[in-house]
Ligand binder design. Sequence first.
Ligand SMILES: Cc1cc2nc3c(=O)[nH]c(=O)nc-3n(C[C@H](O)[C@H](O)[C@H](O)COP(=O)(O)OP(=O)(O)OC[C@H]3O[C@@H](n4cnc5c(N)ncnc54)[C@H](O)[C@@H]3O)c2cc1C
Length: 392
Amino acid sequence: MDFELTPEQRGLRREIIAFARQELGATVAEDDRTGRFPIEDWRRCADFGVLGWPVPTTYGGGGLDPLTTIIALEALGYGCRDNGLVFAIGNHLWGCAVYLLNHGTEEQKNRFLKPLCDGGLIGAHALSEPEAGSDVLSLRTTAVRDGDRYLLNGTKCFISNGPEAGLFVVFARTGDGGGRAQNALSAFLVPADLPGVRKARELGKMGLRTTPMGVVEFDDTPVPAANLIGREGAGYSIFTSTIEWERSFMFAGHVGVMERLLETSVERASTRRQFGRPIGSFQAVAHQIADMKIRLETARLLLYRVGWLKREGRFALLDATIAKIVISEALVQTALAAAEVHGAQGYVTDLAIERELRDALGGPIFAGTSSVQRGVLAELLGLQGALSGEAR
Ligand SMILES: Cc1cc2nc3c(=O)[nH]c(=O)nc-3n(C[C@H](O)[C@H](O)[C@H](O)COP(=O)(O)OP(=O)(O)OC[C@H]3O[C@@H](n4cnc5c(N)ncnc54)[C@H](O)[C@@H]3O)c2cc1C
């Protein structure tokens, strides 16, 4: 196994870090306060190619292989102070574009991928509903076939990018699945300018406040049958076979943030003196920092392994699930440790450590909560019913 980055990957990493530091996040403190989406930074990312990194060049993307995409996103997370912007990009890529890449028809790819890559369309993923969170199969949004279209009705909530999105990947019930819940759902590409699409409400949140989030309603929205992803009734299997990307690639930026927090904490522990000594010379502080490094390297190894599996074209749900749990929880622990090492400076807004902590807290919830991921893992290990309480 080769753990070295190639010269190209090292060069790309350097370029991305320089771009992110110089061009992104200049207004993050104010945007975090007001909950503003930095559209000008989004456009800079589009121009730099970020929005199409994993998309083949034939569809207007950068054609990066999965492992290189992970290295690129990690560098973006490290260099960009605006974690909400990086999270918005993650939703765009892994909640929307990847569904087209893996399951779209040629016609759908040609229609939607280019504007997703060049910044013309912002992508979003609309699965969660007021009554259906972890229990995806209980969702209530319906899509009823009506000639060459489907009429879509329902309400989706907590939709990242929702208020700004031009294209939603929407999951809806298209029947009873012949008595099998897994066959009752279908996935659709729903442009935001179709009649009956209503961006009903923006949601304020604790962290990642520069990612817009909202409630989206569909009222007899006529979705062309040509916008069905895969076949009718395949929505759940499309979701479960694609979620491994979201559960791992979405967290590449987290690894970059962990590295940034580690460096900031080492600097603080070396320069801040109490009792006549640098605080880093106290074992309690030094061990906090050692644990930050252990978490960082554990997270990175797990993530790169998923990148390698996907580059080899292999199924990676188990590895992605482990990576999701470990990385999201590691970032929370690391952000807490950074706050502690910084004392009151970790609590006030001057150094933004408190923002890093608020931003970290969503990770163990989105893309499936930590508890639910542990249930998924147990089921993958053969413990039927560990997640749903029944053998599905
Ligand atoms: C920052 C952020 C961004 C998001 N973005 C999107 C998005 O873009 N699109 C989208 O569709 N959704 C999005 N979501 C919603 C997210 O997917 C859901 O929050 C998540 O799936 C959990 O659902 P819930 O919040 O309804 O919690 P619930 O399902 O109600 O769970 C509540 C608690 O019960 C526990 N629980 C539930 N079932 C089980 C079980 N079987 N075993 C053990 N514990 C269980 C959970 O772990 C949790 O602690 C986002 C959420 C956040 C926080």
